[in-house]
Design a protein around this ligand. Structure first.
Ligand code: NI
Length: 168
């Protein structure tokens, strides 16, 4: 496993559409392993392949609702994911490892059902609520070249960010 550099805003790869995965080979497994290590090191809750410079439909999301699991165990690998159902609405704060220091208020569904393949190509379905649902939406958006700032109702001001940091 190796860490990969996280691409930041201004890098045009973040605005491109990723291609579906067709080969469930060692190259895909290395990508997923590297994404896991990169996410855990960056202390994030989700990561999409284009963020590490690979235009393939691959994301990982941490199911932070599962407090009984270690961070490593919370990671869900999704290959060619798509949202097949969503309901409810939540409004909350969102950030992105590709936009360090930027936070905004974004509306997302409260609950989503995602269909994806695992690293071996088997199809599965997974559900998420709250932060996990938000994370599924955010990461899948990356695969179509969308950043949360496009969806944000507003971006938090410097003052609000300072207040947020004080509370932590
Ligand atoms: Ni992001």
């Amino acid at each position: 496993m190796a860490m990969r550099n996280i691409r930041e805003e201004g890098d045009s790869i973040l605005l491109k559409r990723s291609r579906p995965v067709t080969d469930y080979n060692a190259r895909l497994h290395t990508l997923l392993d590297d994404m896991r290590e990169t996410l855990l090191h960056a202390d994030g809750v989700g990561l999409a392949a284009p963020q590490v410079g690979v235009l393939r439909r691959v994301v990982i999301v941490m199911d932070t609702n599962r407090e009984d699991l270690t961070p490593e165990e919370q990671i869900i690998e999704l290959v060619n994911p798509c949202i097949v159902a969503s309901d409810g609405e939540q409004e909350g704060q969102e950030g992105c490892l590709s936009l360090p220091g930027v936070y905004g208020i974004v509306k997302r569904p409260e609950h989503v059902v995602v269909r994806a393949n695992d690293r071996f190509g088997s199809e599965f379905q997974v559900e998420g609520t709250g932060l996990t649902a938000r994370c599924f939406c955010h990461e899948i958006d990356h695969l179509d070249g969308h950043l949360f700032t496009e969806r944000a109702e507003r971006i938090l001001s410097q003052e609000e960010l300072e207040e947020m940091n004080r509370d932590q």
